[in-house]
Design a protein around this ligand. Structure first.
Ligand code: CP
Length: 310
C-alpha cells in the first residue's frame, strides 16, 4: 500500500488501512531502537522542527529521539524563546521555518486547529503533537500499537476510557482510532466531564467506573486536565479519587490479562493509585517506548518512505 498523506493532523483523516500501515511500520522501527547502535541513515538530510507551544516531556523528547534514530536533523523551538514574544504571528513564524527548508514541522498548540492552519499554508509536512482539546493522533497511534502488541488485534476488544473525557484530546483520538479498528469503547467519568452526545462517535457511556472496568480488556485512565478546566468539575481531588480513581480494589472484576494504560503525566493518587500505576497490569512505560517507534514511522512515512512499498 502507498502512504500518500503529507500531514498527520487527526485520527478522523486516517483510514483503517493507513492506521494498519503505520502500526506495521512502527513495529519494524521498534527493532532499530533495540539494536546496540540505534541509528539508521533513512532520513539523512531531512530537517525536522519541533514547534511546541505547550509543555511536553514524552511527545517532544520521543519525536526528537525518533528523528535522531533516523539520522534527520531536529531542532526545537518554543513560543517563549522565539520571536513570537515580539509579536510575530504563528503563520509568519512557520513560514520562516519553511524558508529555512524544514521538511517536517511537528506542532503542539493550545488552540484546536492550529496544526491544520499550518498544513494549509505550508509545503512542509505537519504532524499534530496535540492541539487544545481536539486531537493527539500520535498518542492514539502509540496506544493502539501497545494494545495490538499485547493482544494481537484491536478488533472486538473492550476498551474502557475513564476520567476527564471533555478536556482530553487523547480520549477523542483514541475513541476515533479504536472504533475505526473494530474495538468497543466504553467511557466513564463524572457527568460534568463527559460531553453530551458523545455516543454519536459510536461509544457507550456510564458514570460508574466499576461498570466500565468490568470485563474490560484495556483500561485507559486519563489525566485530570486542571489547566483546561474552566469551572470546578468535581468537589475535591480526594472525592474524585474515591469515585473515579483506579485502585487495586477496583481491579477485582478485571481479568488477569487486562491492560492498564495512562498517557502521562500521571496525577498519582488521584486518577490512579501508585500500586496500580506500577503494578503487573500496567503497560504505561511500554506506551512511552512505543511512542518513539510510532513517531519514527510517521516521520518516515510523511517523508515519502512507503511511496513505493506494497
Ligand atoms: N502523553 C503526552 O502527550 O505527554 P507529554 O505532554 O509529556 O508530551
Amino acid at each position: 500500500m502507498q502512504f500518500v498523506k503529507k500531514n498527520i493532523l487527526d485520527m478522523a483523516s486516517l483510514s483503517a488501512e493507513e492506521i494498519t500501515l503505520i502500526l506495521d511500520t512502527a513495529e519494524k522501527m521498534k527493532e532499530i531502537s533495540e539494536r546496540p547502535i540505534k541509528k539508521v541513515p533513512t532520513l539523512r538530510g531531512k530537517t525536522i522542527v519541533l514547534f511546541f507551544y505547550e509543555p511536553s516531556t514524552r511527545t517532544r523528547i520521543s519525536f526528537d529521539i525518533a528523528a535522531k534514530r533516523l539520522s534527520a536533523d531536529s531542532i526545537s523551538i518554543s513560543a517563549s524563546t522565539s520571536s513570537m514574544v515580539k509579536g510575530e504571528t504563528l503563520i509568519d513564524t512557520a513560514r520562516n521555518l519553511e524558508a529555512m527548508n524544514a521538511d517536517v514541522i511537528v506542532m503542539r498548540h493550545s488552540s484546536a486547529g492550529a496544526p491544520h492552519l499550518l498544513a494549509k499554508r505550508l509545503r512542509a509536512s505537519v504532524i499534530n503533537a496535540g492541539d487544545g482539546t481536539h486531537a493527539h493522533p500520535t498518542q492514539a497511534l502509540l496506544d493502539m500499537m501497545t494494545v495490538r502488541e499485547n493482544k494481537g488485534t484491536l478488533n472486538g476488544l473492550r476498551i474502557a476510557i475513564i476520567g476527564d473525557i471533555s478536556n482530553s484530546r487523547v480520549a477523542r483520538s483514541n475513541i476515533i482510532g479504536f472504533t475505526k479498528m473494530g474495538a468497543d469503547v466504553i467511557l466513564a467519568g463524572p457527568p460534568t466531564m463527559i460531553p453530551k452526545g458523545i455516543e454519536t462517535l459510536g461509544v457507550s457511556v456510564t458514570y460508574n467506573i466499576d461498570d466500565a472496568v468490568h470485563g474490560a480488556d484495556v483500561i485507559m485512565m486519563l489525566r485530570i486536565q486542571k489547566e483546561r478546566q474552566k469551572s470546578f468539575l468535581f468537589p475535591t481531588e480526594r472525592e474524585y479519587a474515591r469515585f473515579y480513581g483506579l485502585t487495586y480494589e477496583r481491579l477485582k472484576h478485571v481479568g488477569e490479562d487486562a491492560l492498564i494504560m495512562h498517557p502521562g503525566p500521571i496525577n498519582r493518587g488521584v486518577e490512579i493509585s501508585h500500586d496500580v500505576a506500577d503494578g503487573p497490569y500496567s503497560i504505561i512505560l511500554d506506551q512511552v517506548t512505543n511512542g518513539v517507534a510510532v513517531r519514527m514511522a510517521l516521520l518516515y512515512l510523511v517523508s515519502g518512505g512507503a511511496k513505493h512499498a506494497d
